[in-house]
Design a protein around this ligand. Sequence first.
Ligand code: ATP
Length: 204
Amino acid sequence: MNITTERLSKRFRREWIFRNVDLTMQAGNSYTFVGPNGSGKSTLLQTLIGVLPASEGTIRYSLEEKPVEVDDWYRYLVMAAPYLELIEELTLLELLTFHQAFKPFKNQLTPDQLCELMLLSHARHKEIKAFSSGMKQRVKLGLAFYSEAAIVILDEPTSNLDKQGVAWYRERVRLLSDQLLLIGSNQPEEYDFCPNVIDISRWK
Ligand SMILES: Nc1ncnc2c1ncn2[C@@H]1O[C@H](COP(=O)(O)OP(=O)(O)OP(=O)(O)O)[C@@H](O)[C@H]1O
C-alpha cells in the first residue's frame, strides 16, 4: 500500500496547521513526523487516515498501482494513539476476540498467544477498565503490531510505558518490515531506526 499526498493542507479556523504537503509514502518503509508540541503531528496522521477532513489538497491510497476508495481505507489501517480508546467493559481476551472478528492477527495468532506476546497473560481475564495506563498502551501497540494491516500508524508510541515496555516496543517495531509504518513522535528512542524523519514545521 502506498499513500500519496498533493498540496495537502489543514487548518482549524484561521490557523493553518500544515500547508502544501507533497509526499509519497511506500509500503515496506517507515516515516516519522517530528516537531514541537502543537506543531501538528497528530493532526497530520489523522488527516492521512481520513479521520479529519483535509482543508485543501488530495490524498491517494494505492495497492499495487490500483487506487483504493476512501471508504475502504479503514480496512487497511491499524492505529495506536493515546487519544484512541479501548472498549473498557471487555476483558483483554474478549477485546482481542472481538478485534479478531474484523481484523485477523498475523500468522493466525490466537488471542491467548497475543496476550503472551504483549506480556499480559496474567491479565487476560481482567477488564480493560482495570488496566493501568501502561498496560492499555501495551494492548494498543500489540493490536498495531500483530494485526493484518497494510498500514500501521503509531502516535506517541511509548507514552505511559515503563523501561521494560519501551524495550519491548523497540524490539517489536523493528519487525514491521513489509508494511507502511507512520510514526508521530518527539522521542528519538521511538524512531531512531527510521530512515525517513520529517520535521513537520517545514509545512507551516
Ligand atoms: N479540533 C481542533 N480544533 C482547533 N484546533 C485544534 C484541534 N485539534 C488540534 N488543534 C490545534 O492544532 C495544532 C496541532 O495540534 P496536534 O495535536 O496535531 O499537535 P502535535 O504536534 O501532535 O502535538 P503534541 O506533540 O503535543 O502531541 C495545535 O495548535 C492544536 O491546538
